[in-house]
Design a protein around this ligand. Structure first.
Ligand SMILES: Cc1cc2nc3c(=O)[nH]c(=O)nc-3n(C[C@H](O)[C@H](O)[C@H](O)COP(=O)(O)O)c2cc1C
Length: 346
């Protein structure tokens, strides 16, 4: 079983992740992890913080001579913007952020104590973990890519740029939708035998856990609700050359929570960023008097970055399901098991 933990505050010293259960013998490539961290910082509408952070990963353990040992892998990403002790109090919670429920839950009068961890800065650690999982999946020719579908209701790049410019001028924010596609998955990852082992549920949970993601769908998704079954289910064919195959992929690569050999197609919607330059009404946590919500430095839009984070969390779920299915403590053992399965199931 693959599992991980992250630690770290947005303006703390560093983010740390520990990934446990990765096979031994995987060639490690720090540059590829840094590349993914770099992709997470990009996209239209990102704020000033992304210019400060350069995000380079440091490997603290679990790797020797650039090869994994099978022991826990500790990853460190230092925060250039380390100033948590010097930052002002946040007294007026931002609607849409974790500020108010978090402050009530943990008994804080300063929402800074909430937002430092609730902030999406934590997703840099998850991106690093996902990048390691991508290195593993690449060994089996499994490739993951995301792209933006729309931002603020606009679909083409010039209109998106215009909309983001408008949002910036109005000191407002935007959300949107992105898609993640995964190619090269074998049939049989995940299982229908128990609810918490269904891969659709595991992937949906992982993507939904990214801050500001408010819907996740597979394949045809919402459009299933307005269709006849005969129009949307992917008919099954067989040829000696191809084996079983489909001419459509409305299921998005999963049936019964099990991969069916078609590309995995996941779409998600991100709400507009909750910190708004022209702030909404709020209430002071100490005085209970009405006040405008606090403004923290913010992204106008982060849909492209959220897509990169989604790639990472999906990579983790897929690597976990792959190791679960094929087992093995070393890359060689996993590969042997995988090749044997492919031979038997073809
Ligand atoms: C890549 C990324 C960047 C984000 N940047 C910001 C930001 O600059 N300001 C902000 O208020 N929220 C930002 N968010 C969203 C908040 O973290 C999120 O809305 C908040 O944690 C509350 O969680 P919820 O929206 O899931 O309820 C970002 C989210 C992601 C995925």
């Amino acid at each position: 079983m693959l599992r991980f933990l992250t630690s770290g505050e947005s303006h703390g010293k560093a983010l740390v992740a520990i990934l446990e259960g990765m096979v031994a013998g995987l060639r490690f490539d720090n540059k590829k992890i840094d590349l993914e961290l770099g992709r997470r910082r990009q996209g239209p509408g990102r704020g000033g913080r992304m210019k400060i952070e350069t995000d380079k990963v440091e490997i603290l353990s679990g790797v020797k001579g650039n090869v994994t040992l099978g022991s826990p892998i500790a990853l460190l990403i230092k925060n250039k913007d380390y100033k948590i002790e010097k930052l002002p109090q946040v007294s007026c919670p931002r609607p849409g952020h974790a500020d108010l429920p978090g402050s009530i839950k943990y008994g804080f009068k300063d929402a800074r104590c909430v937002l430092e961890r609730a902030s999406a800065r934590e997703t840099a650690a998850r991106t690093a973990v996902g990048a390691v999982c991508k290195l593993f999946l690449e060994q089996f020719k499994i490739k993951i890519k995301s792209s933006v579908i729309c931002i603020g209701g606009e679909f083409d790049q010039p209109s998106i740029n215009k909309k983001i410019k408008e949002a910036k001028q109005k000191r407002d924010t935007l959300g949107g939708m992105f898609i993640v596609r995964v190619y090269g998955l074998p049939v049989g990852m995940g299982t229908y035998v128990h609810y918490d082992r269904r891969l659709d549920g595991r992937i949906a949970g992982a993507v939904m856990s990214i801050p500001a993601i408010k819907s996740v769908e597979f394949g045809l998704g919402l459009a299933y609700a307005i269709s006849f079954g005969s129009d949307v289910h992917d008919a099954i064919f067989y040829s000696k050359k191809k084996g079983y195959y489909r001419n459509t992929n409305n299921a998005g690569g999963l049936e019964g929570g099990v991969t069916n050999g078609e590309p995995l197609i996941v779409r998600a919607c991100m709400k507009p960023i909750s910190t708004i330059g022209n702030p909404l009404p709020s209430v002071n946590l100490s005085t209970k008097r009405p006040s405008k919500a606090t403004i923290e430095r913010y992204d106008t839009c982060a849909v492209q970055a959220a897509g990169v984070v989604a790639e990472a969390v999906i990579a983790f779920e897929l690597a976990n399901a792959f190791i679960e299915k094929f087992g093995g403590d070393s890359l060689k053992e996993t590969r042997d098991n995988y090749l044997c399965y492919l031979k038997k199931s073809s």
